[in-house]
Design a protein around this ligand. Structure first.
Ligand code: F6R
Length: 608
């Protein structure tokens, strides 16, 4: 939620800030703003709406000269999206400018205290409290003011701060919201995420909780919350700049859909060695694996959907009971956790507030934790006892595709590793599964070749009001994701249902022509699925079926069929989800929706 950037150096700051914000717009896009310091005066420009409004308003930054600045792209939490609530925010004399990502939880109390001392507020945001508090504590030493402010505010924050009395310096600080600093040739930068600085540098510092960085044009100094200098090592980012750009695709989402064969391969390859599953990062001995009696998989949204699928795989292969929980529910329901439990949290960003809180809750209660995470160095990656990275590369589109696919792979590998250690699967079946896993990228590639067929079908449904997805077992997990992909970007109401459950209420919504997408990849449930399809068909539904190649019998019940290549029954999700991602994408495209930045959403959900 929200993206922050900052630059200080020898170049004009405004274009660098606007360029960085462009890379961060996936984090929030209801308003944007920049403040630029020319050494004498801090000038500000902010505007409701997309970044392009700000870009036009400032003539690409030309209107705000100066070599030091901060910028922000907003996903509103406190206060409606408006010019007034857009960041940067200031103290009354406009000598201290602040951009903020996160939430100041005690802002009402602090606001009241500050108002009693005569401070006047001009916005409805929690952030403005920080600007006034900095002013209150500022007695000439910016570091001291920042530290005293940090000690008063509760909640999460990554802040970029400029003081008019200190030209040539830019400050940033974090607690529970992501922040990096980059060391460039012509200046130094801060940002919420790596893509914003990649054009200028690959050498980045991951700022940890309660650390402060002071940037000057040619140096970076780091401090802890006691103001003591600390040493930090830069990490060299290996990805190519093009990984964070569209590379000729119309949308990031389509590009990322197409990157799935590679992402899957990159996640698989390092973990299959000489016909065995090897997951060194797991950090568990065979005895420790055997001692695990229960697994929780905890996550949000699509990451949660991968857990729903993985439950079948873990239970089927390793014979360990698995509970799958939404992080926002898990953390408040006092779950039964004991030392023989393993908690797996799954997160692309590694910053999702609820997932992070669930992880902390489990750790506090002495449970072993494993993070399946995409963003290297993110909070969940750092705080989990062990981390297994999904090597999907940067995912920019708000609707996840390649991260989802790699999360599935990580979970299959884990389930297979547990089965290998526990001896619950024969060597022959393990060999067969490994062969099938290796084939997945090729199969995904084949499915992508049929995109025009799916686009034609999708174009028929751009005016649909309701679409239902049904499936049983793993096919229900696939339906959950197919339904979310469609609704979040096309704004068409959609629900996923276990196919047998429909007749207990929801079937009353089926009318003449309602599209029902039936997923039937599980051979043992195939006949039951056909019966459920017939139930909705006789009530007027138009039926799309996604099934394994060879299941031609489905054509008697379905009006339109998409065949997926045959694979092991536990891996069908990886294939069936591809046409459903494309379906969601093309419906949204046909409707003219903003595919990469759907309304009301943001990529990284760092609020509860
Ligand atoms: C949907 C989507 C979200 C995320 C969810 C968790 O397309 O992307 O549902 O899966 O917000 O995010 P992470 O994986 O970053 O924890």
């Amino acid at each position: 939620m929200c993206g922050i950037v900052g630059y200080i150096g020898t170049e004009e700051a405004a274009p660098v800030l606007l360029d960085g914000l462009d890379k961060l717009e996936y984090r929030g896009y209801d308003s944007a703003g920049i403040a630029v310091f020319d050494g004498e005066k801090i000038q500000v420009a902010k505007a409701r709406g997309r970044l392009k409004v700000l870009n036009e308003m400032t003539h690409g930054g030309e209107k705000l000269p100066g070599n030091c600045g901060i910028g922000h792209t907003r996903w509103a939490t406190h206060g409606i999206p408006s010019d007034k609530n857009a960041h940067p925010h200031f103290n009354e004399t406009e000598s201290i400018a602040v951009v903020h990502n996160g939430i100041i939880e005690n802002y009402l109390k602090l606001k009241k205290l500050l108002q009693e001392k005569g401070y006047k507020f001009t916005s409805e945001t929690d952030t403005e409290v920080v600007a006034h508090l900095l002013d209150y504590y500022y007695k000439g030493d910016p570091l001291e003011a920042i530290i005293r402010t940090m000690r008063r505010v509760d909640g999460s924050y990554a802040l970029g701060i400029m003081f008019q009395e200190h030209p040539g310096k830019l400050f940033a600080v974090r607690k529970d919201s992501p922040l990096i600093a980059g060391k460039g040739k012509n200046g130094n930068l801060i940002a919420s995420d790596v893509p914003a600085v990649l054009k200028y540098t690959r050498d980045v510092y991951f700022i940890q909780n309660e650390e402060i960085v002071c940037l000057e044009a040619d140096e970076l100094n780091f401090y802890n919350i006691d103001g003591e200098p600390i040493r930090k090592e830069a990490v060299t980012i290996q990805w190519d700049v093009s990984a964070a750009e569209k590379a000729g695709y119309e949308h990031f989402m389509l590009k990322e859909i197409y990157e799935q064969p590679k992402a899957v391969l990159d996640t698989l390859n390092p973990r299959i060695r000489e016909g065995r599953i090897e997951i060194e990062e797991l950090g568990m001995s065979d005895d420790e694996i055997r001692a695990i009696k229960k697994i929780y998989i905890v996550a949000c949204g699509s990451a949660y959907h991968t857990g729903v699928s993985a439950k079948y795989v873990f239970e089927g292969l390793a014979r360990i009971p698995v509970e799958v929980d939404l992080a926002s529910e898990f953390r408040y329901r006092n779950p039964i956790l004991d030392p023989e439990t393993l908690l797996i949290v799954v997160s692309q960003s590694g910053e999702t507030a609820d997932t992070l809180a669930a992880l902390r809750e489990a750790k506090q209660r002495g449970v072993r934790t494993l993070g399946i995470v995409n963003v290297v160095g993110s909070s969940i990656a750092r705080e989990a006892d062990n981390v297994m990275y999904t090597w999907a590369g940067p995912e920019i589109a708000v609707a996840t595709t390649k991260a989802y696919s790699t999360q599935l792979i990580a979970e299959y590998l884990l389930a297979m590793k547990f089965a290998q250690v526990k001896g619950t699967v024969s060597t022959a079946e393990m060999d067969e599964m490994i062969q099938e896993l290796k084939q997945l990228p090729v199969h995904i590639e084949m499915l992508l070749d049929h995109k025009e067929k799916i686009q034609r079908f999708a174009n028929r449904y751009i005016a649909a009001k309701d679409i239902f997805f049904i499936g049983r077992g793993i096919d229900y997990a696939i339906s959950l994701e197919g339904s979310l992909k469609l609704k979040e970007i096309s704004y068409i109401h959609s629900e996923a249902y276990p196919a047998g459950e429909l007749k207990h209420g929801t079937i009353s919504l089926i009318e003449e022509g309602t599209l029902v997408a039936a997923v039937l990849t599980q051979e043992e449930l195939y006949k039951k699925m056909i019966s459920n399809m017939v139930e909705v068909k006789t009530r007027g539904a138009f039926l799309l079926a996604v099934t394994n190649v060879g299941n031609t019998e489905v054509e008697k019940a379905a009006d339109y069929v998409i065949y997926i290549p045959k694979t092991h029954k536990y891996f069908t999700n990886s294939l069936a989800v591809i046409p459903l991602q494309l379906f969601g994408y093309y419906v949204a495209l046909g409707k003219g929706c903003d595919v990469d930045k759907p309304r009301n959403l943001a990529k990284s959900v760092t609020v509860e």
